[in-house]
Design a protein around this ligand. Structure first.
Ligand code: ADP
Ligand code: MG
Length: 339
């Protein structure tokens, strides 16, 4: 049996000490991290700040989410909002509510993933809060990042005729979730069954280990391109495009034939009787970036391998439409909420 140490045995301070010992501070902006009443941050430019809250049973299911993956994912999800401002992340804090189901080793597994994410993104874990929860696991992540005022990007700057771009591919994370959930149901009905996840590794990694797209933020910077507007894709393409067009008071037109969907997403969707297009439009949790650029800048952006132009911005704020391969025109709608 794996070792299980109750949190009560080492206490909250013992637990925080164990966490602290594994984290080194990397950024010169961080003047103080874990250990005082508050961390200290020395900004070099404008500061952006974002928070996400993750609740067991609502945002994640520990039946199929390994704790290190959960740790990595919650940091990616939070930093994706910093990327969507065209900013560079510097610090995070983590608040956790733990029921007595969780051992010291379980918390260490969670922080193993958090640490991997801190290394991946070059951020410092500078503090948090630890408390008891009557049931389940609750985690809140706060992030601080920076950008020069001139290069910060909001949702509100899209202009008519701008090109609408997305990074990576869409719909994979929801198909990974569907595949994992189906295996969970099979397992609950028959605990002897082995999971049947062959041919689904890409979509499962999209669900369990999403990566915030700072690679694209750096590429845009090196090309000297500042998007006119940007949002990250956490709730599905449709809902994000509706936010973007409302904030910018413009319309959007996208083309089904241009929406990037990975072959494996397509195959898994077909196998599970799910529409790949619906997965891309309404699935969520892909954490790709959706942004607009002027036509002149699009020439440069088209050189980035992992960016696809899916449509353009119009001057009709009431128009949020998808043009199907059949040339049928449908309105975008946003059924997703709250994740
Ligand atoms: P206080 O009572 O002043 O809030 P705490 O005992 O809650 O102090 O926290 C002590 C130190 O440990 C602080 O620097 C805090 O930011 C940090 N800390 C507490 N919980 C966590 C956690 N879950 N993850 C990371 N740092 C934490
Ligand atoms: Mg505290």
């Amino acid at each position: 049996m794996e070792k299980r140490t109750e949190i009560g045995e080492i206490g909250e301070f013992g637990l925080i000490d164990r966490i602290k010992n594994n984290f080194q501070l990397k950024n010169t902006e961080t003047l103080a991290g874990i250990g005082d009443d508050a961390a200290i941050y020395q900004p070099q430019s404008q500061v952006v700040h974002s928070t996400e809250l993750f609740i067991e049973g609502v945002h994640f299911d520990l039946a199929y989410t390994p704790l290190p993956h959960l740790g990595f994912k919650i940091v990616s999800a939070t930093l994706s909002d910093i990327a969507a401002m065209n900013a560079i992340p510097k610090q995070i804090t983590i608040g956790i509510g733990l029921s007595n189901r969780f051992s010291v080793e379980a918390v260490e597994s969670l922080y193993e993933g958090i640490q991997m994410a801190c290394d991946e993104y070059g951020v410092d874990l500078v503090g948090g809060d630890t408390t008891a929860s009557p049931t389940g696991l609750i985690i809140s992540v706060n992030a601080l990042g920076e950008a020069d005022a001139a290069t910060l990007v909001k949702r509100s700057g899209a202009q008519a005729n701008d090109v609408l771009c997305v990074t990576g591919d869409l719909g994979g994370a929801i198909m990974g979730l569907q595949a994992l959930d189906r295996e969970k149901q099979v397992f609950l009905a028959n605990p002897g069954m082995q999971p049947e996840l062959e041919g689904k590794s890409y979509v499962i990694m999209r669900q369990l280990k999403p990566v915030a797209r700072f690679d694209i933020i750096h590429e845009l910077k090196s090309l000297g391109v500042v998007p006119t507007s940007m949002i990250d894709c956490s709730d599905g393409l449709s809902s994000e495009l509706i936010h973007l067009s409302r904030s910018s008071n413009v319309g959007v037109r996208i083309f089904e034939k241009n929406i990037p969907i990975d072959d494996e997403t397509f195959l898994v969707a077909t196998e599970l009787n799910f529409s790949p297009l619906t997965a891309a439009l309404n699935g969520g949790e892909d954490y790709e970036l959706i942004f607009t650029v002027s036509q002149a800048d699009y020439e440069k952006v088209s050189k980035i391998a992992d960016v696809t132009a899916i449509g353009f911005i119009t001057n009709q704020p009431s128009e949020q439409i998808l043009i199907m391969k059949s040339e049928q025109v449908v309105s975008l709608s946003a059924p997703g909420f709250g994740k």
